[in-house]
Design a binder for this molecule. Sequence first.
Ligand code: SF4
Length: 258
Amino acid sequence: MATFLFGEIIFGPVSSRRLGVSLGVNLLPLEKKFCNFNCVYCECGLTADAKGVARMLPTRADVAKLLREALEKHRAENKKIDAITFAGNGEPTLHPEFCGIVDDTLAIRNEIMPSARISVLTNATLLDNPKIVEALKKVDDPMLKLDAGTEETYRAINQPLTDKSLSNIVEELKIFEGRFIVQSMFVRFVLNGKSYDNTQESDVGAWLNFLKQISPRKVVVYSTARDTALGEVEQICHDELELISARVRALKIPVEVV
Ligand code: SF4
């Protein structure tokens, strides 16, 4: 079982499959994962209780200070950063100051490293909060998770700890009017004696229908690359991901396999 946690608020830069040279921003506790999903493939392990989380979160001032220092250091060393990415030990939009931190990040990026793109990796469960939607619309690359085509597979893969249904999420994704990126993880696994596989037609067909409805500007398709929260999650090979991607391309939606 994975228990990898980022040990810093600003981490990296890491060379990312999706984003290039990416400086990470972790708005979650350094000591434990904090998320309202419990994805079977999560690299940070299983979601624990929320006890004590509020006082473990970095402050808005800390994030701004550390981000400024990291970008200034890279600029002084003539090292280019392609992306500043909100990721880390859980779901970044759960941070109570997420919107203000996005504003600070935009201002600091514009001042110190204007060519860096700002990305947010999010599970899209808080889109009923207009302030979070507004903040996500301000960044260059809002990357919103959509791993399933059916409610049953969504509950098995993402194991939501919120009452958000898959159809709620799809409806809320329409608010972006296509100005966002979908990120979709494909996996096979057995949970409580039952097999799940979101590469099957029953899921892929329904997932493609959702894509038609929400019309994202791009889809990123991938599979696991590291240890996962649930011990045995099977990685989907590149050829299978390419077959799924071809069907996305047929909808005239740009797609990338990473
Ligand atoms: S949404 Fe992200 S952080 Fe949360 S459980 Fe899933 S993979 Fe992990």
